[in-house]
Design a protein around this ligand. Structure first.
Ligand SMILES: [Zn+2]
Ligand SMILES: [Zn+2]
Length: 257
């Protein structure tokens, strides 16, 4: 990985520190502020009628959530950003068991020293740090975001992360997460798909009814049925006003090609 397009972290820190001190006031502790301060998973649409069942397997409720921009960190990076011995503090449980939005946030700094302040950290820690942004975020940061499945970060752009204690330069790991649906074994059976397959999502909403094609199926034991879109996609389909959502199996072309 080349780092020639990255600014010197010390340089960035100096330039950005005063921006941060102007924008990042000490966090208020009122519950009102805490509730409003978490941008993750801000929309849930009611259960769909699944018209594409391929078996008598159990139909689980379909939840569609918007995953706002966020960061995953290694424990090492948590300590570099928040101080020696620091640990992520769970603030809000996510829909999938065991996952949480942390109290901690970082600033994401792009190659032209543009930055996004207050990007939420999600826990628990991971083996590799990763930043997931919407295309709109990429444009404002000056990063050409590759569309990747979470965890597949080889050869992706880097950035600088800034926390209250220090700075981390990521050589890679900045992506726009590919739209996807988490499924447990029952869901795989119900929809007749397997891990890595693609499936379509139809969203009915006022003036914005849309089929989003090719959501990646991500399977795992103990996983609840849940679609993740990013903020650009959620806004484009007016998800907050959606009246119905439905997973539609991608059928192979009838002419055999
Ligand atoms: Zn993520
Ligand atoms: Zn997801």
């Amino acid at each position: 990985m080349t780092t020639t397009t990255m600014p010197n972290p010390a340089d960035v820190e100096r330039v950005v520190r005063d921006v941060l001190t102007r924008h990042l006031r000490p966090k208020p502790v009122s519950s009102e502020a805490a509730a409003g301060g978490i941008p993750v998973l801000r929309s849930v649409v009611e259960q769909a009628v699944a018209a594409t069942a391929t078996s008598a397997a159990k139909r689980n409720p379909l939840v569609v959530n918007i995953s706002a921009r966020h960061v995953h960190l290694t424990q090492e990076h948590v300590e570099m950003l928040f101080g020696p011995g620091a640990k992520l503090t769970p603030e809000k449980d996510l829909y999938q068991d065991g996952y949480f939005a942390a109290k901690e946030t970082v600033a994401v700094v792009g190659p032209r020293r543009r930055m996004l302040p207050n990007v939420r950290v999600l826990g628990p820690c991971r083996p590799d740090s990763q930043v997931e942004l919407a295309f709109t975020d990429g444009i404002s940061l000056g990063i050409d975001l590759p569309v990747r499945i979470s965890g597949d970060v080889k050869g992706t752009p880097g950035c600088v992360l800034m926390g209250p204690h220090g700075v981390v330069e990521l050589k890679q790991g900045v992506i726009r997460a590919m739209r996807h649906v988490h499924m447990g074994p029952e869901d795989l059976e119900y929809y007749g798909v397997k891990d890595g397959d693609h499936i379509h999502l139809r969203i009915e909403s006022p003036g914005c009814t849309t089929v989003l094609e090719d959501l990646a199926v991500r399977a795992g034991k103990g996983i609840k049925l849940e679609v993740h879109l990013d903020t650009d996609e959620g806004n484009a389909v007016n998800l907050e006003k959606a009246t119905q959502v439905e997973l539609v199996k991608a059928e192979p072309c009838k002419c055999g090609h």
